[in-house]
Design a protein around this ligand. Sequence first.
Ligand SMILES: Nc1ncnc2c1ncn2[C@@H]1O[C@H](COP(=O)(O)OP(=O)(O)O)[C@@H](O)[C@H]1O
Ligand SMILES: [Mg+2]
Length: 122
Amino acid sequence: MKIDKTYEGSFHIVGGDFSRAGEASTELKTIMLSVGIEDEVVRRVAIATFEAEMNIIIYTPAGILRYSISPGEIRIIAEDMGPGIEDIELAMQKGYSTAPDWVREMGWGAGMGLPNMKKNAG
Ligand SMILES: Nc1ncnc2c1ncn2[C@@H]1O[C@H](COP(=O)(O)OP(=O)(O)O)[C@@H](O)[C@H]1O
Ligand SMILES: [Mg+2]
C-alpha cells in the first residue's frame, strides 16, 4: 500500500527511565505498520529509532523523537538536552562506547548503536 498523506508526531523520552526502554520506537513501529509502510522499511526505521531512543535514555536527561511519514520519505529527528557528542567520528566507530558498568550489566553499551543507525538510515 502506498501512503498519500503525511503523518507527523513526536515522543518524549526521559533519561534514565529504563522501564520505558523501546516504548517510543515500538509505538512508532505500530504507527508505520498501521499506515501501510512496507515491512522492510519499518524494520530499518525501527532499528534506527530504537538505538536513538536508547542513547537518549542512557546518555541524556531527556529528549524528543519526532517523526514525519510522507510519500517517499520517513524522516526521524532525535533531539536531546545534551551534553552532546564531542567527537562524532570516534563515537561512530563500531564498538566505541562510554557506557558505564551498570549500563553494560543491563546488556547495553556494545557500541553498535550509531553504526547501526547509519546503516539503516538514508
Ligand atoms: N544522545 C547522546 N548524547 C550523548 N552522547 C551520546 C549520545 N548517543 C551516543 N553517545 C555517545 O556515543 C557513544 C556510542 O554510541 P552507540 O554507538 O549507540 O554505542 P553505545 O550506546 O552502546 O555506547 C556512546 O557510548 C556515547 O558516548
Ligand atoms: Mg547506543
